[in-house]
Design a protein around this ligand. Structure first.
Ligand code: ZN
Length: 767
């Protein structure tokens, strides 16, 4: 055995410093650009101009769900803005239903900019409706304001090759109903080949391109050539595919449109609450939306719009550059990298520079890092949960929690590697780390190249940079340092910003996963730590010591920090409910944390129920008796019924007698209901996934109830009585509920549907 090779203790501190710089550059790269002033050139996108549009659209802060009078006002403002710019906007009105059995009459605003060629066109889309709980200034007012500022810029440019259709649609929050009405009912829809959609789930952060049509490679190529500040990754695309979330782009994609979907996701606590207001809408996010969407819609409108369906692997570097390649390349490259690595390791052993036992310890080291990080992260998560630090998925001060789990991973990587270095040495740890990386890279690239690149790129760099130094013993320590440090830096550059965004996307539930990812990204630090055996290596104690101290301090800060604040409140919805049959009434409170805020608890006698005040309801709630009010309950009148084919067919009228905007009928699980039509619109069979949302109950509802009611046709099997629930729902509480409303603290807010008044009835159908 020859004397041991290491990069030297003097190189550890600079390596760690460079990693820290990469981290700060990654975090800084996620800051969206400064807004351009209103004096910017006519062909440029100016967030200051778009912000004035946004102020005129939603500056009054009034929630405007589909069908509400307030939504009609916002629609009028959208039409005014487009008219002022020289467009001739039209309103497309239609009744539309989604797969969940939710229907509404929606009113889309449409305008077009004619291209040089007739025929194929491209779509620029955002939605103007909001949820009932908040004014939707970012979701999706900012998208609408960006579309209008883009529409202005387009008017000052030469006509594009293909026409651009501007769609500012309605009913997105109710179930993508406006987009659905456009693709199924608008005569313009059949010419559309590609769409650019603008969205937000939060009020700040970079505008990320997180979804494309099926011709992914083509879309990314255009995006890489035209987006001013690219922020994208095939990882977001793959992760998003696994989530139940949808935007209008889901409908466009299902209609075969190509294109790209942009959204920002910072300050998710504001999402779908009154805090999604004009003041909180970050103008930098608006600038980023426009800087990417304007060149993209132009690029699409000037392209040939008949792309081949081909997937790509893609990611951006520091919002400057998009790297991409065909998805099919990743797996063979991963195989070649693994084979080359095994050859190098074999060579090191053959030349007696690496003992087989040292290699084995290196392999075990990497495994020990993962198992230890995983176990500790789960223990930390459990303890912090029990300590009440993480009552919901989104807390007011997530930074201490994020630091806890990052530093936990850093502590484990350093402590474990230092424990193993005397057995495995530099090459043992190097080979151990990169054998695992290369193996995983093969497996993940085989499953999905879109995610595998994070493993593939550093593995390839390790193999290529390592080659001269594994094959020939290098005297200068710089050689082995390069073989260890360069792939480590690559891992940081590719991974750090994604891990930061992963928290924004998934919240507290992903913290243990974040610890594992950081342990993965930093595991290539292990071979460098082998240098710290040298006498008087200060870093041997300083590095793990600092990481452990930071973990302890961060845990302390997380425990001390309040879970909610006025800027990041918890979600608490209030309801007044009256059973139209018995006349019994209740106050009902839903909270995300499952705990009742103290001021509400003392307002009246609330009792907790673990599950469901309705049979389809699976959430815990708090109930208290409420006064009976003289309000008419909804009706469900059988207009006609007949019998054929062993079933009974019904035509029924669902009506809100008090003029509530929303009414619904719930059929129990396994009622055998079939052939449903609402206002003559056929409703597709519900999938098991859809039925799970309401505990197996089958719900049909209209979010924009006309005064005369809506007609529902259906059939039921003969011989089995079916007990249905009928309800109607209006936004806000009756005046009698003012004391409950006032008891909700500033650290809590209405969310999504917000506070509502619900009247129910039960009735039996006897087919
Ligand atoms: Zn939205």
């Amino acid at each position: 055995m020859q004397p041991e090779e290491t990069p030297g203790a003097r190189r550890v501190l600079p390596t760690v410093a460079i990693l820290a710089v990469i981290f700060f550059l990654s975090a800084a790269g996620l800051r969206p650009p400064a807004p351009l002033p209103a004096s910017a050139g006519a062909t440029e996108f100016s967030a200051d101009r778009a912000r004035e549009v946004l102020r005129r659209l939603v500056g009054d802060g009034i929630p405007h769900p589909t069908g509400s009078a307030a939504n009609g006002v916002v629609r009028g403002r959208v039409i005014d803005e487009l008219t002022k710019l020289g467009y001739q906007p039209e309103v497309q009105s239609g009744f539309s239903c989604d797969d969940f059995g939710t229907c509404a009459t929606v009113k889309n605003v449409l305008a077009r900019l004619d291209g040089v060629e007739a025929g194929a066109s491209v779509l620029l889309a955002a939605h103007y409706d909001s949820v009932p709980a908040g004014p939707g200034a970012s979701d999706d007012g900012a998208g609408v304001a960006a579309v209008i500022e883009i529409a202005r810029a387009l008017k000052s440019m030469p006509a594009p090759r293909h026409s651009i259709i501007i769609l500012i649609d309605d009913g997105e929050e109710a179930g993508l109903l406006g987009a659905h009405a456009f693709v199924t009912q608008s005569p313009w829809a059949k010419d559309v080949r590609a769409a650019v959609n603008l969205e937000a789930r939060g009020t700040s952060g970079p505008s990320m391109m997180f979804e494309t049509g099926s011709a992914n490679y083509w879309a990314i190529k255009l995006y890489s050539e035209h987006a001013a500040r690219p922020a994208t990754s095939s990882i977001f695309y793959q992760v998003y595919k696994q989530l139940p979330n949808d935007t209008d782009f889901t409908v466009f994609k299902a209609s075969g449109y190509q294109g790209v979907n942009f959204a920002y996701i910072g300050d998710v606590n504001h999402y779908h609450t009154p805090l999604d207001n004009f003041e909180n809408a970050d103008p930098r996010s608006l600038q980023h939306h426009g800087e990417n969407a304007l060149p993209m819609i132009l690029a699409l409108a000037n392209s040939d719009l008949s792309p081949p369906v081909k997937e790509a692997v893609f990611f951006n570097l520091f919002e400057r550059l998009v790297i991409f390649w065909p998805a099919g390349w990743s797996f063979p490259i991963a195989i070649v990298a693994l084979v080359l690595l095994l050859f190098q390791v074999g060579w090191l052993i053959a030349k007696h520079r690496l003992l087989p036992s040292a290699l084995l310890w290196g392999v075990v080291n990497w495994l020990a890092i993962f198992v230890t990080t995983g176990v500790l992260a789960l223990i930390f998560q459990k303890i912090l949960h029990v300590a009440g630090v993480m009552p919901t998925n989104w807390v007011a001060h997530p930074l201490p929690l994020q630091i806890t789990f990052w530093c936990l991973a850093i502590s484990v990587v350093t402590v474990v590697s230092l424990a193993f270095e005397s057995r495995s040495g530099f090459w043992g740890l190097w080979a151990g780390v990169w054998i695992w990386w290369a193996l995983f890279s093969v497996v993940v690239c085989w499953l999905t190249g879109g995610i595998g690149y994070v493993l593939l790129v550093p593995s390839c760099i390790a193999v290529v940079v390592g080659l001269p130094f594994t094959l020939r013993r290098s005297e200068p320590r710089n050689g082995v340092w390069l073989a260890a440090a360069l792939p480590l830096f690559a891992a940081g550059i590719l991974g750090f910003d994604h891990v930061i965004l992963l928290y924004d996307g998934l919240g507290i539930r992903i913290l243990a996963g974040i610890a594992l990812l950081i342990a993965l990204l930093l595991s290539p630090l292990a071979p460098l730590l082998a240098s710290l055996r040298e006498p008087k290596a200060f870093m041997r104690f300083a590095l793990p010591g600092a990481a452990i101290a930071a973990t302890v301090l961060a845990v302390f800060a997380a425990v001390v920090a309040p879970a909610y604040s006025a800027k990041a409140p918890e979600h608490v919805n209030l309801q007044y409910r009256q059973d139209g049959d018995s006349g019994k009434s209740q106050w009902v409170v839903y909270t995300d944390s499952g705990r009742l805020p103290e001021p509400i608890r003392v307002a009246t006698n609330f009792r907790r129920i673990d599950k469901g005040s309705f049979p389809w309801d699976t959430l815990p709630a708090f109930l208290a008796d409420a006064p009976h009010l003289e309000i008419a309950a909804p009706t469900f009148t059988i207009l006609e019924s007949s019998e054929s084919g062993g079933k009974r067919q019904y035509r029924a009228l669902l009506r809100s007698e008090r003029g509530a905007p929303e009414a619904a009928v719930f059929f129990p699980p396994d009622s055998g209901i079939d052939q449903i039509r609402i206002q003559d619109e056929p409703i597709p069979h519900k999938t098991a996934r859809v039925l799970r949302y309401f505990n197996g109950w089958d719900l049909y509802r209209c979010m924009t109830m006309p005064a005369k009611g809506i007609e529902i046709q259906f059939e039921l099997p003969l011989g089995k009585p079916v007990e249905v629930y009928v309800l109607d729902l209006s936004y806000g509480l009756p005046l009698e509920g003012m004391f409950v409303l006032k008891s909700r603290p500033l650290t809590a807010t209405a969310y999504q549907q917000g506070d509502v008044t619900i009247l129910t009835r039960q009735l039996q159908l006897n087919p």
